[in-house]
Design a protein around this ligand. Structure first.
Ligand code: SAM
Length: 324
């Protein structure tokens, strides 16, 4: 049961109290039998509501018996938007060490300009801008960019940005020393919001997307792209990842991922369970089950001649590739 239902219940009780008080006054002044009936009905209504409240305090209302609330992307949006969900996940995946080592890595390679073409809500582009890089942000989702703009405003930084699918990167007039497609974004190609990845769509569109990323690189530029780790494949097809506890939005929160590799549908399903106190909120992220060899083949097909895997301190979740 959502916020709207609680508001609805509030409305009902307010109405009942209003009728009750108005009619009580009427009854006292006129004593008509209709007024008596309305007063009785109002009392019955109020009694029912109080009974409901009493039941609620004993039952885990809003939640199933196990205390787990599960929602799909559609009804998640009603309560917590996808940017909300993603921002609550980020503190579990990355810390200051990752940002530091990314900055060092980029500086060592003489990078000045960076395009984060899957910038999401702004991690780590905002930190990169603060560190002095000339950053441009784009993302295919209007919802994510809207949140990015809010986050950017809070920092007082000015980062050029636009809603742009990877297919349309050629519309950018600039060229960059580094293009980032990170946070395991590639596997969510055009399916981040719908949460319905299609293998056919991915296999035909990912090479085009990678070619577009290559197209906005300077002559000596490189693409930073990350994907499902080799370790995850070794531990799969079903594994549990405990991320421990963090303080998120002022609340102690625990995160557990149950990852499933569905080889039939070529889907990677991450059941993300956030536990706050006794309540667990679940959300499924579905992406394409991308193997490393396949990513490497796609990068070659997109025109990258040198592809290598790198290690970055603080990157615990994904494998990182540098393609040039
Ligand atoms: C897992 S989120 C990662 C966001 C960000 N990189 C981070 O680490 O916080 C994946 C992002 O890829 C974006 N995306 C998916 N398909 C895209 C496409 N075809 N073009 C541009 N962005 C896309 C989504 O909108 C989403 O913001």
């Amino acid at each position: 049961m959502g916020k709207s239902v609680n508001v609805y219940m509030f409305g009902i009780v307010a109405l009942v109290i209003l009728i009750l008080s108005a009619d009580f006054v009427c009854y006292l002044t006129s004593g008509s039998s209709v007024s008596v009936l309305i007063v009785i009905l109002a009392y019955v209504g109020l009694g029912t509501y109080l009974f409901y409240l009493a039941c609620r305090s004993f039952l885990p209302a809003d939640f199933t018996e196990s205390g787990t609330k599960t929602f799909s992307v559609e009804n998640a949006r009603e309560e917590e938007s996808l940017p909300d969900l993603w921002e609550m996940t980020l503190p579990f995946l990355y810390d200051a060490q990752y940002v530091e080592s990314l900055i060092v890595f980029l500086r060592e390679r003489g990078v000045g300009s960076v395009l984060d073409c899957a910038c999401g809500t702004g991690f780590p582009s905002i930190q990169l801008k603060r560190a002095g890089f000339d950053v441009y942000c784009s993302d295919g989702s209007e919802e994510m960019i809207r949140r990015f703009r809010v986050n950017m405003k809070k920092t007082g930084l000015d980062i050029p940005n636009r809603v742009l699918r990877w297919h349309d990167l050629h519309k950018l007039e600039k060229r960059f020393d580094a293009v980032l497609c990170r946070g395991n974004s590639l596997i969510y190609l055009d399916s981040w919001l719908s949460n319905e990845p299609s293998a056919t769509n991915f296999l035909s569109n990912a090479p085009v997307a990678l070619r577009q990323m290559r197209g906005v690189l300077n002559a000596r530029g490189f693409l930073y792209v990350d994907s499902i780790s080799a370790d995850e494949y070794q531990r799969g097809p079903s594994l549990v990842e405990e991320f421990g506890e963090r303080i998120v939005n002022d609340l102690p929160m625990r995160l557990t991922w149950t990852v499933k590799h569905d080889w039939k549908q070529m889907n990677r399903i991450v059941r993300s369970a956030r536990r706050i106190g006794e309540i667990t909120f679940c959300h499924d992220y579905r992406g394409f089950l991308l193997k490393h060899e396949e990513l490497q083949n796609m990068l070659s097909a997109a025109g990258f001649s040198r592809v290598r895997k790198i290690k970055l301190d603080g990157e615990r979740a994904y494998d990182v590739y540098i393609a040039s």
